[in-house]
Structure formats: structure tokens, C-alpha cells
Design a binder for this molecule. Structure first.
Ligand SMILES: Nc1ncnc2c1ncn2[C@@H]1O[C@H](COP(=O)(O)OP(=O)(O)OP(=O)(O)O)[C@@H](O)[C@H]1O
Length: 666
């Protein structure tokens, strides 16, 4: 087949434009990207040779050769990897493998224009996303790829492009399996013809690539200075070395390699776990808890642990080695006991992996628990990054519930600075009279801290956990109690009642039974209610508010505010309803009427009650009742009719002003 010219897909053209025009400050990353592609190709070849008996080039020694050609002013990165067929070259080098890459680049460009991105933060983002093959156009006027696939019957192809919107593809001459990528360096990129510059970059970014990387230099006269090119990377399986042989700096270097080459100051890992196991399965593991949550923590194709079998990488991202709720952990697992010549799908199912996973899970949780014990400050940072993910485990992994429960941390009203508290510390600080672990849940922590619902509990000197993470109440459904103390919401039921029926609390379905339960509890409440001095106002309020409230009653939880809205005991909390609606848009869950509680000791409530007692037809009463309802809704940010509420407030203020000017006129 002869030479053919193809246009790049639109997104590649856009990417190239961004790469050549915005990323010049970090142009050196191209070498790491190309070396990492070459290493991937070598891993793939090694694996393919094991599973496909027809695969060509089995005799080739896996390695990467970098050639600096000072005479031709080119840099070549060559591997004896899997190679590409014509179709693969068209597909892989003509389109963008990761859709996220383009979005990321656009974001960098936008943020740069707005002055929000520093060079360092951009570098760390590149490390996370990888700009890939196209980064070569940052430093090259032309890129020529010579490749031969190991697939039986493949023909060599040459792919070339100037990065200007099109590429050419034609038959090639390459005789051995693998790929060479030749870069015709731009005039301002001649620094990459310098041996020390290139060697330094390899040591910095690619030292732990598990294949030998060799460097060869051809001088200005075309003379080969290194007929036997020397290896410039360590290529060591650090995880298989004993901990006593390794220094902290070795781990730091390896972590950097694992994270794509960049770790910003302050983002160093929170903890690491390096161990080898012999029975029942032999394996080495080197795991890190990263110092910062990655951008892809909640994405399907996020980075996971690398799986090696006898030093051969068999899976770049093996997400079966740890449960989902530990998905933020990064590292390497290498086992002698895994079969190499099976498909990835079969490997994922292999029973050894389940055994490794059990050990890794147990040890990882222990590592976190130790960190929490030894360095509360560091653990608090870790919790802020990964707490939301860890909490998922309480729902999904009953076997580790105890360990996970001890890892939970909450902010609480006892600490205005936002410090975290464990459940153990909470229970430890409980007074003799306190029966429950109090919490308040809602979307906004500041609103929670200021909530009127806390008043009586706070006045008694009891602490309340603040739960502003959407998963918090879900977690409580699988927890229900800690050390025999039930979790109780300060916004639900009567505060001095014992904990409600657990079953009703645990059920997260807003089904009919649940509502019936809540009704039952509520009716029971009504029957045994003591008479209150504000009963006249309560009766009046029930008439004025009608179906908008489930009930009106005198409050035992308010000491300062005049009113608040509470959820019935045993029913779904307002926050939970909100979360269910978010999780299942269009569902009918929620907005069920709530209970209005009035504070008998508040002067406004007392005055309103006195008026209702003396003259239940007083024209001010309906508006005052509405105001008490408005104030309660306002405190939690759920006023149904803001304009109406504002009008009512102004009416009262106008009245106060009129009374005042009367008073001063007298
Ligand atoms: N040296 C090589 N040998 C064989 N295939 C290669 C080589 N270099 C690149 N490729 C192919 O081209 C594809 C695109 O490479 P590119 O670097 O753009 O993305 P990637 O490596 O898949 O992603 P990332 O760089 O984000 O990890 C690769 O997935 C691979 O299939």
C-alpha cells in the first residue's frame, strides 16, 4: 500500500494546538510520556508472548534505547515492544485515547488565561492525566513512528506528522518487532541533544521503569560514541527488596514514579505499607496512601494498584486487589503464585487474588488505624481527603465494620475550629446522664452549627456531631449504635424520649409502612402529651397552619429561639429525604409535613399565647403564627414563601416602629 494522508480527528487537532501553544513550560515531560508508552508496549509484548504461541519476536530482549543524534538533530526512543499494525497506528495515534485529556487541557488553558494555574500545579495535573504521545509535538517539528507489530502476518508501517492537522501513513522497512519514535527537534528544543539533560530526565521521571533504558549518542560528525549503550535507569523492583535495604528517599522516588513523575511539596504520601507474605500466597506489596485525593477518585476508570506476576506487569490498574472504599490507595503488588498465561479476565477471578485482597484490606485498615492513633493531625488531613470514600465501606463491607467505625471522624459543636472527633472520644466524654450520641445532619455545616435544634442539648453541655456529608446518615443506618449508645438526631422526635425503634430508623425506604410507623409514634406522643401553658397558641397554630404541619407542640429543645421544625420520630429525616431525592430524581420522597415546636419561655411565644387565650379572634394572631413558622424554616434555609415571610416581618417591624413613635410622642 502506498502513502496515505489523513486528517486528524477534530479533537486531536484541538489537542495538538493546545499542546504546542500552551504547554511549552513543561515540555520536558514528553520524554517521560514516550518512555512510559515504550514500557507499556514492552509489558504488553511480554504478556502477549505468553498467551499467544504465534506471536513474533519472542527472542527479543525487552529494552528501550534512546538515541541522541547530534548530526541529524533528532532524538529517537525505540522499544522492542508489541508494535502497531497499520490499523492500530491509525487508531492509536490519530485519535485521543482518553476523553479526559482534552477536557483537562482546555481547563488548563482557561485557568492559565485567568491566572489561576501555577506551573507546579499544572505539572501535577499533567502527571495525573498524562498528555501522552502528542506531547512530542511540544519539542518536535516532525514526529516519525516506525513500527512492526508482533501479530502474525503484520507489515511494518511508518506514521509521520508535523503536528499541523494531518498525518501520513505508509509501508515501512522495520524488520524487528517494536516501535521507534523519531523526533526532529525544534530549534528551541536542542537542549534535548545533551546527554546529561536526557540522562537526568530519565533518572528523574523513569528510574523505576522495569525495563532497561539505554542511552546512545551520535556526535556532530555522525560518529557513534556508545557502540555499547549503557543502562541509565535503576529498573529495580523496589517492592521485592527488604525494607532494611531501603531508605526513605528510595520510597519517595518510587512514589514519584508511581504518581506519574510529579509530587508537589505537601502532597507527599500520608503513609506507606511495604511487606511480603509467604503463606498462603506469596506476594510483595508496596502501597501508599496518597497525600491528596486524585481528580479521578470518583471516576470509573481511575488509577488503581498495579499487579505484577513474577516482576512482569500483568495489569496496570487492577481494581480487585482492594475493596472500593480503599480505592485511593496506590501501589504495586507482585506475586509468584499468579499464572501468567491466562487472560486478564481469568486473572481477576483467580482465587489467589481474593486471598491477597483479604490481607491487603486488613493491613491497610490497620495502617490507617495506627496513623490515627499516632498522628491525629495527619490523620485529620487524610480524613478530609478520603473520609467520604472510607465511609462507603460501612455500607458495603460488614466484615470490617468495627475497624471502619473506629476510623470515623466528625466535626462537632464542641470544637468551633472544626477539629475532628472519633466516636470513642465522643463516648468517653459523655456524662453519666447522657444516653445517646447526638447528631445533626444537613447540607451546610455553618447552618448546622447555628441550628436552634441544638439549644437544649448545648445548654446541658452535651456534644453534638455535625453531619454535613450526604453519606453520613446512610452510614448511620448501618451503624445505629456505638458501644451500646444509640445515635439520635436532635431534629427528630422528642429529645427526652428513649431511642426509637431501631428497625424504623434503619429502613431507608420511604415506603408506606414507614409513614405508618412514624404516624404511630407520633400519635402515641400526642396521647401522652402533658398540658402546656401555651396550649391556646398551639391550638390556634394548628388551625392557621392546617395541613402544612404534622403537629404543633411545646418544645423541650429550645432555650433561645422561639420556634423550630422537627421531624417525627422514626420517620425519614428531612436531610435524608433531600438526599434520596438527589439520588433518585423524580421520586415522590419527601416534603412530608413536619412538627412545629414552640418555645414556651420565649417572650414572643408567651405574648402570642396570652393574646390567643384572651381573644382568639385577635387579627394579629394568624400573622404571628405564620411568623413563628417562617422563623423556624428560615433558620434551616427552607422558607417555602420568602416574599410572604419578608412581608410579614416588615408588617411587625412597622408595628414596632409605630408603637415606638407613639411611645415617644406620649
Ligand atoms: N511505543 C509504542 N508502542 C506501541 N504502541 C504505542 C506506543 N506508543 C503509543 N502507542 C499506542 O498509542 C496509544 C496512544 O498513546 P498515548 O500516549 O497518547 O496514550 P496512552 O498511553 O494510552 O495514555 P496515557 O499517556 O494517558 O497513559 C497507546 O495507548 C498505545 O496503544
Amino acid at each position: 500500500m502506498s502513502s496515505q494522508t489523513h486528517e486528524f480527528k477534530a479533537e486531536v487537532a484541538a489537542l495538538l494546538n493546545l499542546v504546542t501553544n500552551s504547554l511549552y513550560t513543561n515540555s520536558e515531560i514528553f520524554l517521560r510520556e514516550l518512555v512510559s508508552n515504550a514500557a507499556d508496549a514492552l509489558d504488553k509484548a511480554r504478556y502477549q508472548a505468553l498467551v499467544d504461541s504465534e506471536f513474533a519476536g519472542k527472542e527479543l530482549e525487552p529494552h528501550i534505547l534512546i538515541t541522541i543524534d547530534k548530526q541529524a538533530e533528532t532524538l529517537r526512543i525505540e522499544d522492542t515492544g508489541i508494535g502497531m499494525t497499520r490499523e492500530e497506528a491509525t487508531q492509536n495515534l490519530g485519535t485521543i485515547a482518553h476523553s479526559g485529556t482534552l477536557n483537562y487541557l482546555q481547563e488548563v488553558q482557561r485557568a492559565r488565561a485567568a491566572g489561576e494555574v501555577t506551573e507546579a500545579s499544572e505539572l501535577s495535573l499533567i502527571g495525573q492525566f498524562g498528555v501522552g504521545f502528542y506531547s512530542s509535538f511540544m519539542i518536535a517539528d516532525e514526529v516519525v513512528v516506525n513500527t512492526l507489530s508482533g501479530k502474525p502476518g503484520s507489515e511494518a508501517v511508518v506514521w509521520r506528522s508535523k503536528g499541523d492537522g494531518s498525518y501520513e501513513i505508509e509501508p515501512g522497512q522495520r524488520q524487528t518487532r517494536g516501535t521507534s519514535i523519531e523526533l526532529k527537534l525544534k530549534s528551541d528544543a536542542k537542549e534535548f541533544l545533551d546527554r546529561w539533560r536526557v540522562e537526568g530526565l530519565i533518572k528523574r521521571y523513569s528510574n523505576y521503569v522495569m525495563h532497561p533504558i539505554r542511552l546512545r549518542v551520535i556526535d556532530e560528525q555522525g560518529e557513534d560514541k556508545d557502540p555499547e549503550p549503557k543502562q541509565i535507569n535503576a529498573a529495580a523492583a523496589i517492592w521485592a527488596q527488604s525494607t532494611s535495604e531501603l531508605e526513605d528517599s528510595d520510597y519517595q522516588e518510587f512514589y514519584k514514579h508511581l504518581m506519574g513523575g510529579f509530587v508537589l511539596p505537601g502532597d507527599e504520601p500520608f503513609a506507606r505499607l511495604h511487606f511480603s507474605a509467604d503463606a498462603p500466597i506469596q506476594f510483595h506489596a508496596l502501597l501508599f496512601v496518597p497525600g491528596r485525593a486524585p481528580a479521578d477518585l470518583f471516576q470509573e476508570d481511575r488509577k488503581a494498584l498495579q499487579l505484577y506476576a513474577r516482576r512482569v506487569m500483568v495489569m496496570e490498574n487492577c481494581d480487585t486487589l482492594l475493596p472500593q472504599y480503599l480505592r485511593f490507595i496506590r501501589g504495586v503488588v507482585d506475586s509468584e503464585d499468579l499464572p501468567l498465561n491466562v487472560s486478564r479476565e481469568m486473572l481477576q477471578e483467580h482465587k489467589s487474588l481474593a486471598a491477597i485482597r483479604r490481607q491487603l484490606t486488613r493491613k491497610s485498615l490497620k495502617l490507617l488505624a495506627e496513623l490515627a492513633d499516632e498522628d491525629a493531625e495527619k490523620y485529620a488531613k487524610l480524613w478530609n481527603e478520603f473520609g467520604a470514600v472510607l465511609k462507603e465501606g460501612l455500607h458495603t463491607d460488614g466484615g470490617q465494620r468495627k475497624e471502619l467505625t473506629e476510623l470515623l471522624r466528625y466535626r462537632s459543636i464542641a470544637d468551633d475550629e472544626g477539629g475532628l472527633i472519633s466516636l470513642a472520644a465522643y463516648v468517653e466524654a459523655m456524662g453519666e446522664d447522657q444516653k445517646n450520641i447526638w447528631y445533626i445532619a444537613g447540607p451546610d455545616e455553618t447552618a448546622l452549627r447555628n441550628s436552634p435544634h441544638l439549644e437544649a442539648v448545648r445548654a446541658k453541655g452535651e456534644n453534638v456531631l455535625l453531619m454535613s456529608d450526604p453519606v453520613d446518615e446512610w452510614v448511620l443506618q448501618s451503624l445505629a449504635e456505638y458501644e451500646g449508645k444509640a445515635f439520635r438526631s436532635v431534629t427528630q422526635g422528642e429529645l427526652d424520649e428513649p431511642a426509637e425503634d431501631d428497625d424504623a430508623d434503619k429502613d431507608d425506604d420511604a415506603d408506606k409502612d414507614k409513614d405508618d410507623d412514624a404516624d404511630k409514634d407520633d400519635d402515641a406522643d400526642k396521647d401522652k402529651r402533658e398540658p402546656s401553658p401555651i396550649d391556646p397558641l398551639i391550638n390556634m397554630a394548628k388551625v392557621v397552619l392546617g395541613a402544612r404541619v404534622r403537629d404543633v407542640r411545646a418544645s423541650k429543645r429550645l432555650t433561645e429561639s422561639p420556634s423550630c421544625l422537627v421531624d417525627p420520630a422514626g420517620g425519614l429525616s428531612r436531610n435524608m429525604e433531600r438526599i434520596l431525592r438527589m439520588a433518585q430524581p423524580g421520586t415522590k420522597v419527601g416534603a412530608s409535613p413536619r412538627i412545629l415546636e414552640l418555645n414556651p419561655d420565649h417572650p414572643f411565644v408567651a405574648a402570642a399565647s396570652k393574646i390567643s387565650e384572651q381573644n382568639k379572634d385577635d387579627p394579629r394572631l394568624p400573622e404571628w403564627v405564620e411568623i413563628l413558622h417562617d422563623v423556624a424554616a428560615l433558620a434551616e434555609g427552607t422558607v417555602p414563601d420568602p416574599a410572604g415571610a419578608a412581608r410579614r416581618f416588615v408588617n411587625v417591624l412597622t408595628q414596632v416602629a409605630a408603637d415606638e413613635s407613639h411611645g415617644s410622642a406620649d
